[in-house]
Design a protein around this ligand. Structure first.
Ligand SMILES: [Fe+2]
Ligand SMILES: [Fe+2]
Length: 224
């Protein structure tokens, strides 16, 4: 039981061991929006059994080593490649999934509680604006900076990063509210097909957002 240093931040641990996210998701340990929290503090805050959690993470690391699987360690990759992946995968996935959920909610409006529609509407508006801003401002500055590490560029980037992290916190709050409202996307026993599909899509959206925001807050922004 010595694969993990619990005094490291969750962002650092997931960057070094990306395959352990299922264990963290199982215990609802937020490695994404709160990636600067240490593992031991997160365990304490959630009142979890440290022996169980650290043991399970350790086992996941051992299993991964045994399987000899391939994984990308993004912290060792160039900034351009990380930006291409975030835009080409996470941003596209976000927009496509938001559209699918929106279409289901619009067409079958009586199937969904008003509170869910309001929270989702806010999340959709925020995320569309947030990603557009990232691509047009922060990411284009980062691309320029990766080829020419000028101090004036760095200064501008840091300003945008602070703003972006604030928007991530707000998105995290909305995801959390949606998760609580839907009881962690637990599909009620008697429900419509539309609501079941929306819960599944929201679950996928949240899981992908966890990785997306982790890559931005705990990998990309730490490279500057
Ligand atoms: Fe993003
Ligand atoms: Fe972002």
């Amino acid at each position: 039981m010595n694969n993990i240093d619990k005094t490291q931040t969750l962002g650092e641990i997931v960057a070094a061991h990306p395959y352990i996210v299922d264990v963290l998701n199982k215990y609802k340990i937020d490695f994404s929006f709160n990636g600067s929290t240490t593992l031991e503090a997160a365990i304490r805050d959630k009142d979890l059994n440290e022996y169980d959690v650290v043991g399970e993470i350790d086992l996941a690391v051992d299993e991964f080593k045994l399987m000899n699987s391939k994984v990308i360690y993004w912290e060792n990759e160039p900034i351009d490649k990380i930006l291409d992946f975030i835009e080409g995968h996470h941003h596209v996935f976000m927009i496509e999934t938001l559209k699918k959920i929106d279409a289901l909610m619009e067409k079958n409006t009586d199937d969904f509680p008003l509170e869910l529609k309001v929270l989702f509407g806010q999340l959709k508006k925020d995320m569309v604006e947030h990603q557009k801003k990232e691509e047009e401002n922060l990411f284009s500055l980062l691309r320029e900076y990766s080829g020419n590490r000028r101090t004036d560029l760095r200064h501008k980037i840091v300003q945008y990063m602070i703003e972006t992290e604030g928007e991530h916190d707000e998105a995290g709050r909305l995801f959390n509210e949606i998760n609580n409202l839907t009881n962690d996307f637990t599909i009620p026993s008697e429900t419509s097909e539309n609501l079941r599909k929306v819960y599944e899509l929201l679950d996928e959206l949240e899981k992908d957002a966890f990785i997306h925001i982790h890559m931005e807050n705990s990998i990309l922004f730490k490279m500057i």
